[in-house]
Ligand binder design. Structure first.
Ligand code: GDP
Ligand code: IMO
Ligand code: MG
Length: 427
């Protein structure tokens, strides 16, 4: 398989960074195609722990090349800081990271508008964004008012920036918010560009040539399908296409060149930020999952909301993304639990439904229909062969496969590389 799209099948933080790291060994390129530094992808290698936000996780494997595609929104100052951070830990970036000249730029006014937008929403309407300026940057892209990485290296850049800053300052001032200083934004961007300029190029022909040569490309999805702008719990979503389609539009590699979709699926469910979450546990069981799974945001440190596995969500991912196989993560987190619940359908206003409603007010009224399964109450963290898993763990996996209609191809039993079973060796 030469091109693989990896997506998050829930509300983000499924363990995409870890699975990308494992699959990078079988890839030549790792490509980010949407989102920005709202993402936080954790990779643990031996005693070292990396959290990547904009740089593709493939950078941690020597010799692999990485692309930040046109669909990403990129904060240049944050990116330089991240590059410096990985370089300081002995990872070479020069010559291995390519940034699309079509990627839109996140400026400080986007971050300020993100914070203002949240503060001005009524309680209950707040999204709980990461405040990284993501929504306002994508809004400018759609409004055809954004600036792209290619604009930054253009001699016209100061003029282009000035008109944007003036307009955004009018908006900020009308909100009674502090404005941004044009000179400071220009200076900070130029400073970041000193590092980034050599990395900026047209990544479309670069990836096209790689595909033509039969090189293996791994698309590193960010967020998850339930945060997708179209298919997620709108408006409690991010502003990009987090499903498999986003890999095409965000990279310029067309759909008929994509071979496989891997959905990363946590063995239970988490969500960070606001919005409906049918299987959420607001009790001691939810706290147990948070503690056992160390469920705190990799970007913002916020505690993640936790709940049981939701097959309605997983099937929504299958339908909208065409998932060929699951990478099932964090099964080990369930090791000590006596019983487990799987949500197979919802009850909505007295009716049983098997699909995820579009309307968030309906989603908020959905009551999960659970099936109870026995736990295995044994450690799976050292298990090296599928056959050696406790019988009840195998039963749990088999049931997830049945209710989602998709096989588990990769099983993750801990945060480290070696805590992974590749079940589909053809992959
Ligand atoms: P991402 O955004 O999808 O890359 O996920 P995050 O990095 O935000 O969150 C996943 C967390 O779970 C990280 O702390 C990982 O190190 C950790 N993790 C990933 N896979 C496993 C696993 O199979 N078991 C356990 N216990 N932790 C895991
Ligand atoms: P990774 O790639 C989990 C959530 C935010 C908020 C909503 C909108 O690590 O899985 P935004 O800042 O994008 O406008 O916030 O989306 N969110 C994530 N939640 N994982 C992520 O990324 C997320 N990126 C954004 O918490 O609810
Ligand atoms: Mg994350």
């Amino acid at each position: 398989m030469s091109t693989t799209i990896l997506i998050g099948a829930q509300w983000g933080d499924e363990g995409k960074g870890k699975i990308i790291d494992v699959l990078t060994e079988r890839a030549d390129w790792v490509v980010r195609a949407q989102g920005g530094n709202n993402a936080g992808h954790t990779v643990e290698i031996g005693a070292e722990k990396f959290v990547l936000h904009l740089v593709p996780s493939g950078i941690l494997t020597s010799g692999k090349r990485c692309v930040i595609g046109n669909g990403v929104v990129l904060d240049p100052v944050a990116l330089v800081e991240e590059i410096r951070g990985v370089e300081a830990r002995g990872i070479a970036v020069a010559g291995r990271l390519f940034i699309s000249d079509r990627a839109h730029v996140v400026f400080p006014y986007h971050c300020m508008l993100d914070a203002q937008g949240e503060a001005r929403r009524a309680k209950g309407d707040q999204i709980g964004t990461t405040q990284r300026g993501i929504g306002p940057a994508y809004a400018d892209k759609a409004a055809r008012f954004g600036l792209r990485m290619g604009d930054l290296v253009d001699p016209e850049f100061p003029v282009l920036l000035k008109s944007r800053v003036e307009e955004k300052n009018r908006v900020l001032a009308a909100m009674g918010a502090p404005v941004v200083a044009y000179d400071e934004v220009l200076a900070a961007t130029r400073q970041a560009l000193a590092t980034l300029r050599p990395l900026v190029c047209d990544t479309v022909p670069l990836l096209h040539a790689a595909v033509e040569r039969g090189e293996r490309i791994l698309f590193e999805g960010a967020q998850g399908i339930m945060l997708d702008l179209d298919f997620g719990t709108y408006p409690f979503v991010t502003s990009s296409s987090a499903g498999s389609g986003g890999a095409c539009t965000g990279s310029g590699v067309p759909p008929n060149r994509m071979d496989r979709v891997v959905g990363v699926l946590k063995a239970y469910t988490t969500r960070v930020g606001e919005g409906p979450f049918p299987t959420e546990l607001n009790d001691a069981a939810g706290e147990d999952l948070r503690r056992l799974g160390r469920e705190f945001g990799a970007t913002t440190g916020r505690p993640r909301r936790c709940g049981w596995f939701d097959a309605v969500v997983a099937r929504h991912a299958v339908m909208t993304c065409g998932v060929d196989e699951w990478a099932l993560t964090k099964l080990d987190v369930l090791d000590t639990l006596a019983t487990l619940n799987i949500c197979t359908a919802y009850e909505l206003d007295g009716r049983r439904i098997a699909h995820f409603p579009a309307n968030v007010r309906e989603v908020a009224r959905c009551r999960p229909v659970y099936e109870e399964l026995p736990g295995w109450q044994a450690s799976t963290r050292q298990v090296a062969r599928f056959a050696d898993l406790p019988e009840n763990a195998k039963r749990y996996i088999a049931r997830l496969e049945q209710v989602t209609g998709v096989p588990v191809g990769i099983l993750s039993l801990g945060p480290r590389r070696e805590q992974t079973l590749i079940l589909n060796e053809d992959a």
